[in-house]
Design a protein around this ligand. Structure first.
Ligand SMILES: [Ca+2]
Ligand SMILES: [Ca+2]
Ligand SMILES: [Ca+2]
Ligand SMILES: [Ca+2]
Length: 691
C-alpha cells in the first residue's frame, strides 16, 4: 500500500510538473511521448487538468478548451547550469560527523557497503558490514559489538536542512536469526526486489571459515524480504541457504535476471574451501522463483567447475568477488568471478540456454605476461630445488622452509594471474560495450607473476568477446609507489562520474599496506584518466570498500569509504566515512529511476536495464547494477548521469530486461530532474531535491 501511495505521489508531482510547463517549452518534436495514455495506468493520470474528474478517454483531440491537455505530453521547463572549471579542490569533504555516524555519533565501523534506498523515500540508505568471522554480534557487550549496521538516511531533525543516519539494524530485523535471537552472522548484502512487490529484498551472505568451526553459530546466508510496513523478514529457506553441515565461504553476490523472466536470479561467489589450501568452492547461480525462494541451476546451465583441474583452468576458483556484466551487449547478462591466489578470473557467457566459459578465449582470465623469474618466493623455492632456468638469488629473507608458500606451483600458468578482488563493469570508452576494471592486490616481491590492477578494454566484435589491456601508461591509471617494498591493495573500486562532465571516473580503494589510500582518477575527454587524488580530498587512508550514492540528493554522487586496521593502520577501528561531493552539481545531470512491471516483464528493480543517453555526438551507456565486487558492493539503483554543458538529453533510450528486450526512446528530455520511468510508461518528472 505504501508503495502505491508513493507512486501516486510521484504521479501528482509529475502532473504538477507537466502543468508548470505551460510556458511554451512543450516541444512537438518530443515524438513518442505525446501519447500520454500509453502507460495504461488510467486511474492515476487521466485527470490531467486537475479538476478532480477523469477526462473523457475518447477526447483525443486535445482541444483548446482543455488547455492543460496540450502540456500533458510535454516536459517541464529547462533548468540549465553552466559548469565551472573544477579548480584546485577539494572536490570532496568529510561529512561523517554531520551524518551522525562518526565517533561522537553512531560510531559506524565497516568496509563492505550497499547504499540503496531500501525504505522507498528517495534517499539512499546504507547497510554496512565489517570484517569478521563466524560469530554473531555480541549485543550484551557495552557498547554492543556489531559487525553490521543498517542505517536509514533521514532528515536531520535538529537542522532546517541536512541529512543524518538513523540506526535501524534491530528494528528493521536485519540480524534476526532462525532461533529468535538477534545478531545473525552475515558479511555482505546485495539488494533487489526478488518478489516484485515494490519493496527491496536482501541476499545476506555469510562467510563461514572452515578453519574456525567451533565458533560457528550455525547461521548461513539468507534471503530477507522487505515488508510493506518497513523492515525485513526471513524468507522461506531455499537453495541460497546452505545447510549447517556445509561451510560456505561466501565472498560476493550479484542479482541479475539471466533468463529475462522478470524474476531476479542470484550469482554467488565463494572463496577457498578452507583457507591455506589451493582449492576453491563452486560458484553458484540460483534461479529466482519470484517468491523469495531460489533454485540452484549451476550445473544444468553449464557452470560446473571441478576440484583439481587447475591446468585446464576449469577448477573451483577462490573467488573474492563476483560481478554481472553484459560483455557482448546482447541483453543476456554474463557472469564474472574475480579470483584470488593469482588464479584465473572467470567469465561465463550467457548464450540464452546456458553459460559458456570464455575466460581464456576472451583474454579475461589473466594478462599475457608469463614471466615468473622475479617472483622472490619462487627464487626462494629454487634455492632448495632445481629450477631451469635458475631465476637468480632471492632478495628477500626466505620463509622456512624455503620452498613453502606453494613455491612448487609458481611456474604454472594458473598461478600467473592476479589477486583480483573486484571487477567493475561499465562503459568508459563510450562505444556502448562495457569495460571491466579489475582491482588487484600486488606485491613488489611477487614480481610479474601477479597481474596488476588494470582497465580491460572491451573490443568485442563479430568474432567474439575480447578484452585488451592497454596498460597503465595508456590509460593513465598509474599508481605511485612511495617505498621500494611497495604493495598495491586495490580491493574495491567504484565507477561514477564525480564531476558530471559526461566522462565516468574511477574511485579506487587501496588498503591494508603502509602508505595506501583511496585514489581518484578523472577521465578526460580524450579517454585518458588523470590522477586527481590530491585535489579530490577523499584520499582516505587504508580505504577498504568504496561506493557512491547521492546521499543529499543535490544531484551529484557522494562517496562512502570504509577503513582497514590491517598492518599498522592509522585507524583504531574500521571507521566508515562519508565524503560529500562539492563540485559535481555545478554540471548538468539527470537522475533516472526505472521500475519494471515484474514477473513476465522486467524485474521490478530494473536490474540489467540498459540506458543510453545521447547529447550531441556523444552517447553514454549505463546499466542498472545488482551488486558487484568484493563482499557485495552496491551503489544506488537510481542512475546519476553527468551531462556536462548539455542541459537536455537529445535522446534517452531504455532497453528493458524483459523477454523482448523492449526499447523505449524519449527525445529532448530536460536535464536536472529526477526522471522516473515505469516499464512502457511515460517519464514522470520530479524536482531534484537539495538538503
Ligand atoms: Ca520485495
Ligand atoms: Ca530470472
Ligand atoms: Ca567525469
Ligand atoms: Ca550529493
Amino acid at each position: 500500500m505504501k508503495k502505491i501511495f508513493y507512486l501516486l505521489i510521484l504521479m501528482c508531482i509529475c502532473t504538477t510538473a507537466v502543468i508548470a510547463c505551460s510556458d511554451g517549452n512543450d516541444d512537438p518534436a518530443d515524438g513518442d511521448i505525446e501519447n500520454s495514455e500509453t502507460d495504461g495506468d488510467s486511474a492515476d493520470v487521466d485527470d490531467t487538468d486537475g479538476d478532480g474528474t477523469e477526462e473523457d478517454a475518447s477526447d483525443g483531440d486535445m482541444d483548446a478548451v482543455d488547455g492543460d491537455m496540450e502540456e500533458e505530453g510535454g516536459y517541464p521547463p529547462l533548468k540549465c547550469k553552466t559548469p565551472e572549471p573544477l579548480g584546485d579542490g577539494p572536490y570532496f569533504t568529510d561529512v561523517t560527523d554531520q551524518y551522525g555516524i562518526g565517533r561522537d555519533g553512531l560510531a559506524v565501523d565497516g568496509n563492505r557497503m550497499a547504499v540503496v534506498d531500501f525504505n522507498n523515500d528517495g534517499f539512499a540508505d546504507m547497510l554496512v558490514h565489517n570484517t569478521g568471522s563466524n560469530v554473531r554480534d555480541d549485543l550484551e557487550a557495552d557498547p554492543p559489538k556489531r559487525l553490521k549496521r543498517m542505517l536509514l538516511n533521514v532528515k536531520n531533525p535538529n537542522l532546517p536542512v541536512g541529512r543524518v543516519f538513523e540506526d535501524v539494524t534491530d528494528t528493521y530485523g536485519y540480524t534476526q536469526t532462525r532461533d529468535g535471537q538477534l545478531g545473525r552472522a552475515a558479511h555482505l548484502a546485495v539488494f533487489g526486489d526478488v518478489n516484485n512487490d515494490g519493496r527491496l529484498d536482501i541476499f545476506s551472505g555469510t562467510y563461514i571459515d572452515a578453519n574456525n568451526k567451533p565458533t560457528d553459530a550455525g547461521d548461513r546466508s539468507e534471503i530477507l524480504t522487505g515488508k510493506l510496513a518497513g523492515g525485513f523478514a526471513l524468507a522461506p529457506q531455499s537453495d541460497t541457504t546452505p545447510s549447517k553441515t556445509e561451510f560456505p565461504s561466501t565472498t560476493g553476490a550479484s542479482f541479475l535476471d539471466y533468463d529475462l523472466d522478470g524474476n531476479l536470479d542470484l550469482w554467488v561467489g565463494f572463496f577457498y574451501k578452507q583457507y591455506g589450501y589451493l582449492e576453491g568452492l563452486q560458484n553458484r547461480l540460483y534461479k529466482g522463483n519470484g517468491d523469495g525462494t531460489f533454485t540452484d541451476v549451476t550445473d544444468e546451465l553449464g557452470l560446473t567447475t571441478f576440484a583439481d583441474t587447475f591446468d585446464e583452468g576449469t577448477n573451483h576458483k577462490p573467488s573474492y568477488g563476483v560481478t554481472v556484466c553484459d560483455v557482448n551487449d546482447d541483453g543476456l547478462p554474463d557472469l564474472i568471478s574475480s579470483t584470488y591466489g593469482r588464479q584465473f578470473n572467470e567469465l561465463w557467457l550467457n548464450n540464452g540456454n546456458g553459460f559458456e566459459d570464455i575466460s581464456q578465449s576472451s583474454g579475461f582470465a589473466s594478462d599475457e605476461n608469463l614471466d615468473y623469474s622475479d617472483n622472490e618466493f619462487y627464487r626462494c623455492y629454487c634455492t632448495v630445488n632445481e629450477c631451469d632456468p635458475d631465476p637468480g638469488n632471492p632478495s628477500v629473507q626466505c620463509p622456512s622452509p624455503a620452498g613453502s608458500y606453494w613455491g612448487s606451483t609458481d611456474e604454472n600458468e594458473w598461478r600467473l594471474g592476479g589477486n583480483t578482488f573486484v571487477s567493475v563493469c561499465g562503459d568508459w570508452t563510450g562505444d556502448g560495450l562495457p569495460e571491466v576494471f579489475n582491482g588487484e592486490i600486488q606485491h613488489w616481491h611477487i614480481g610479474q607473476s601477479s597481474d596488476p590492477s588494470s582497465l580491460l578494454v572491451n573490443e568485442t566484435d563479430e568474432n567474439g568477446v575480447l578484452f585488451n589491456r592497454p596498460g597503465r601508461d595508456a590509460t593513465g591509471l598509474n599508481q605511485m609507489h612511495l617505498v621500494a617494498s611497495w604493495n598495491e591493495g586495490n580491493m574495491s573500486a567504484a565507477r561514477f562520474d564525480f564531476d558530471l562532465d559526461g566522462y565516468p571516473d574511477l574511485l579506487m580503494g587501496n588498503s591494508d599496506y603502509p602508505g595506501t589510500f583511496a585514489m581518484l582518477y578523472r577521465q578526460t575527454e580524450d579517454g585518458v584518466f588523470e590522477d586527481v587524488t590530491k585535489a579530490g580530498g577523499a584520499n582516505h587512508q587504508r580505504a577498504h570498500g568504496v561506493v557512491a550514492a547521492d546521499f543529499d540528493r543535490d544531484g551529484d554522487l557522494d562517496v562512502v569509504i570504509g577503513s582497514s586496521t590491517a598492518r599498522e593502520s592509522p585507524w583504531e577501528t574500521n571507521e566508515t566515512h562519508i565524503y560529500r561531493n562539492e563540485v559535481g552539481n555545478k554540471s548538468n545531470a539527470a537522475r533516472i529511476t526505472l521500475i519494471g512491471k515484474g514477473e513476465g516483464f522486467a524485474n521490478r528493480s530494473a536490474i540489467g536495464a540498459r540506458v543510453k543517453i545521447t547529447t550531441g555526438d556523444r552517447t553514454q551507456t549505463e546499466w542498472i547494477d545488482g551488486g558487484y565486487g568484493h563482499f557485495g558492493l552496491q551503489s544506488e539503483l537510481a542512475l546519476t548521469v553527468g551531462l556536462g554543458e548539455a542541459c537536455s538529453i537529445d535522446k534517452l533510450e531504455i532497453r528493458w530486461p524483459n523477454k523482448d528486450l523492449s526499447v523505449q526512446t524519449f527525445e529532448n528530455v530536460p536535464a536536472n530532474y529526477h526522471l522516473i520511468i515505469e516499464e512502457g510508461g511515460e517519464i514522470q518528472f520530479e524536482d531534484m531535491l537539495a538538503y
